[in-house]
Write a protein that binds this ligand. Structure first.
Ligand SMILES: Nc1ncnc2c1ncn2[C@@H]1O[C@H](COP(=O)(O)OP(=O)(O)OP(=O)(O)O)[C@@H](O)[C@H]1O
Ligand SMILES: [Mg+2]
Length: 343
């Protein structure tokens, strides 16, 4: 017998966009299909699964549940630190969980804060300004073209080809849109116009790097700004829109992996993560952002596709994440504990 694993998630369908909200506002929440696939994978690993919707009742449910460990994919329902709500409750109750902790999740969701941490660690990241809700757009010392996005979102929410702005009028419009639609500060960055990669990693020492993915902008219609946005992910999921593994020399590959690992460590992430990296016009890689709760939609999200590209099944990926968390917490799955005791 394996462990009893509490699977914590937020289902998208429970929270449709409210009136006046943009259609992608809940794009980060998981589908029922993904949650069931994760549960199946955990059962494949020999574990029992208890489903726990991470809503306002989660604390009471968790208090009375007898789970050994939580598998956390909950993106949170509301608030600036929503991704860290579940880990905070789990910590309060003394329940170990997969993935990054309260601080890492809160910092990485706040992109300007993550960029300040990167800068402290001398990890290259695009120059930026933050335009708060009550502030007038200004480009400060930044040079056009610029990229404008919400300061605290993921899953491409608030990102589109119009996020690239080349003059003061467009900048004003885009910042206004972020303020109005997403009711939060706008992050204005210098636009990195080179190749784009995403680097997935798993584990807490001797990290496992998945095959690096390159976004193949050459496959997109000519004239379309090179932005990996919601439209791209939704409409262009065929294989030729991605290069997996990316065509890189061994040296380039190592450089991107080391950069991703540096970002992972700087943010004190655990077990799993995905780091988005883009080259500037001089070919110098910069970290765009880190995703400590990477999407796990089978056959769709970047990480499961990367795992698949190297022959790692979805079941192995999910159990790899769980095993990293168990090892980090000094927990042996019962089968392993029995083997250790009789050795
Ligand atoms: N400074 C930048 N320069 C160039 N492109 C950028 C920049 N910032 C963001 N992008 C583009 O926008 C995309 C989405 O940005 P980002 O990764 O910050 O958003 P996200 O919504 O958190 O993404 P995810 O879907 O990975 O959670 C990037 O993959 C990249 O194509
Ligand atoms: Mg991203």
């Amino acid at each position: 017998m394996g462990l009893t694993v509490g699977l914590l998630y937020n289902l998208g369908k429970y929270d449709p966009p409210e009136e006046g909200e943009p259609p992608d506002i809940h794009a980060e929440l998981d589908s029922e299909k993904t949650v069931l696939a994760i549960a199946d994978a955990l059962r494949w690993g020999g574990h029992e699964v208890i489903f726990i919707e991470a809503d306002q009742n989660a604390y009471t449910t968790l208090r009375h549940s007898k789970i050994d460990v939580a598998f956390n994919v909950a993106e949170g329902l509301r608030g600036e630190s929503r991704e860290s709500h579940v880990p905070a409750v789990l910590e309060l109750l003394g329940i170990p969980y997969t993935g990054s902790n309260v601080l890492s999740l809160a910092m990485s969701l706040d992109k300007p804060m993550a960029k300040r941490v990167f800068a402290y660690h001398r990890i290259p990241t695009a120059k930026f300004e933050v335009i708060e809700l009550d502030q007038e757009p200004s480009r400060g010392n930044l040079r056009f073209p610029l990229f404008v996005k919400p300061a605290r979102e993921g899953s491409s929410i608030g990102v589109s080809t119009s996020s690239v702005v080349t003059n003061a009028r467009q900048l004003r419009e885009q910042v206004g849109l972020i303020h109005r639609y997403y009711r939060q500060a706008a992050l204005v960055e210098e636009f990195l116009d080179g190749r784009e990669f995403t680097v997935g990693l798993m584990g807490n020492h001797d990290h496992h790097f998945f095959p690096i993915t390159e976004i193949n902008y050459d496959a997109c219609p000519t004239g379309r700004a090179p932005v990996y946005d919601y439209e791209f992910k939704r409409d262009w999921d065929a294989d030729h829109y991605y290069m997996m593994p990316a065509p890189l020399t061994e040296g380039e590959r190592d450089r991107l992996c080391q950069l991703a690992l540096a970002a992972f460590k700087a943010m004190q992430c655990a077990d799993v993560g995905r780091v988005d990296i883009r080259l500037d016009r001089n070919g110098m890689p910069h970290v765009i952002e880190i995703n400590p709760l990477p999407g796990l939609a089978p056959g769709f999200s970047d990480l499961p596709r990367m795992a698949d590209a190297e022959g790692m099944s979805y079941n192995q990926l999910i159990n790899g994440i769980l095993d990293a968390a168990l090892e980090r917490n000094g927990i042996l799955a019962p089968a392993m504990a029995q083997a250790a005791a009789t050795a």
